[in-house]
Ligand binder design. Structure first.
Ligand SMILES: CC(=O)SCCNC(=O)CCNC(=O)[C@H](O)C(C)(C)COP(=O)(O)OP(=O)(O)OC[C@H]1O[C@@H](n2cnc3c(N)ncnc32)[C@H](O)[C@@H]1OP(=O)(O)O
Ligand SMILES: N[C@@H](CO)C(=O)O
Length: 314
């Protein structure tokens, strides 16, 4: 029992940057209290003491603002962050290492007794604040549900689901759109969900739903051409930074951005700073060579401090 509590506290420590100490987690995290109360309620429920299980769960709800039906099955290291307004239905199942934010409903859409009405989350799923997952289907391992998404269909493992009704973005869609742009028409073949990114040769019209299969070819504006080298750097940074394949802990990225060294913008800035420093050094050498030839060159500028700038963007 204490081992499990230790593991519950450790997983919160790992996944919440706001957590400062184990004492704070033990005393100030309603999500942890709700899980502990649920273990008691679920134990009673499984022994057939339905009223007692329900009553304990009700007390937990009063105390934490998190409503977990005692019949729901919850795995290990599940973290309900903030938690207020979370509702988890009777036949819901939550795998190990899932993270759930406030206002989430794991609910049903049918009123038949005895059938599975609520969703199953496989291991490592992250459910953003206010998301509603409604129905007895499965959300695959390590999928991410965006805040306020309304999910009414299964979500494949590793995918992201966003919006109302939720659209599913598969990991390969991310990879395709994150790669340096392939402008061939092949990328518009049916069945390929296309998400143009900055620097794409095609832009999505405002009225077209994101993830639409059909993309019009629109010539890039001059401004887009001008911005291209920076955008391409950004794409390169993004394509090298996909951590979706990593294990559960490295993969935990509820906001869609991982550690600073994963952040494509940070990578772009580092590359720009280093490139500028190299140019600076070359210009300096050119000036010295010209001065050796007797040509005096005014230079009031201090050399670029690449180390300081690189530290600043971290
Ligand atoms: C107090 C507190 O802080 S509590 C914590 C609250 N925080 C949360 O709940 C975090 C939940 N996380 C999210 O919603 C994130 O945006 C994630 C996990 C969905 C991002 O997942 P990723 O797979 O990295 O998606 P990515 O950022 O590449 O976006 C993919 C597309 O979904 C869209 N999108 C991302 N999040 C959402 C959202 N919540 N709703 C609608 N669309 C969204 C993006 O605009 C993008 O659209 P596009 O394809 O048209 O460009
Ligand atoms: N607890 C999480 C979400 O609010 C954080 O501090 O980022």
């Amino acid at each position: 029992m204490f081992d499990q509590l230790r593991e519950d506290i450790a997983c919160i420590h790992d996944r919440d940057p706001a957590a400062r100490s184990r004492l704070e987690i033990l005393t100030c995290y309603p999500g942890l209290h709700a899980i502990l109360v649920h273990r008691l309620a679920h134990g009673l429920w499984r022994r057939g003491w339905y009223w007692a299980g329900r009553f304990v769960s009700h007390l937990g709800r009063l105390f934490t603002g998190i409503e977990i039906h005692p019949g729901a099955r919850i795995g290990r290291r599940v973290f309900i962050d903030h938690g207020f307004g979370v509702v988890i239905g009777e036949t819901a199942e939550i795998g190990d290492d899932c993270t759930i934010y406030q206002g989430v409903t794991l609910g049903g859409t049918r009123l038949y007794k005895g059938e599975k009405r609520h969703p199953t989350l496989e291991e490592g799923v992250v459910v953003g604040a206010g998301a509603q997952i409604l129905g007895g289907f499965t959300v695959g391992a390590h999928a991410r549900i965006g805040s306020n998404a309304v999910v009414i269909k299964p979500v494949p493992a590793g995918a992201t689901a966003v919006g109302n009704p939720a659209r599913v973005i598969l990991p390969e869609d991310h990879a395709a759109s994150d790669a340096v742009q392939d402008t061939s028409p092949a990328s518009t073949t049916p069945g390929h969900t296309d998400h143009p990114r900055p620097g794409d040769d095609r832009t999505r019209t405002a009225s077209r739903p994101a993830g639409s299969l059909c993309q019009e070819e629109i010539p890039p504006s001059q401004a887009e051409w001008a911005a291209r080298p920076l955008q391409e750097l950004l794409q390169r940074g993004r394509s090298g930074s996909d951590t979706r394949e990593a294990g559960p802990q490295e993969d935990f990225a509820p906001y869609g951005v991982g550690r600073a060294d994963d952040d494509p913008l940070v990578k772009v800035l580092h590359e720009l700073i280093n490139h500028t420093a190299q140019q600076d050094a070359r210009i300096h050498r050119l000036c010295s060579a010209l001065e050796d030839l007797g040509q005096r060159i005014e230079n009031g500028q201090r050399p670029l401090d690449a180390e300081r700038l690189n530290r600043m963007v971290e």
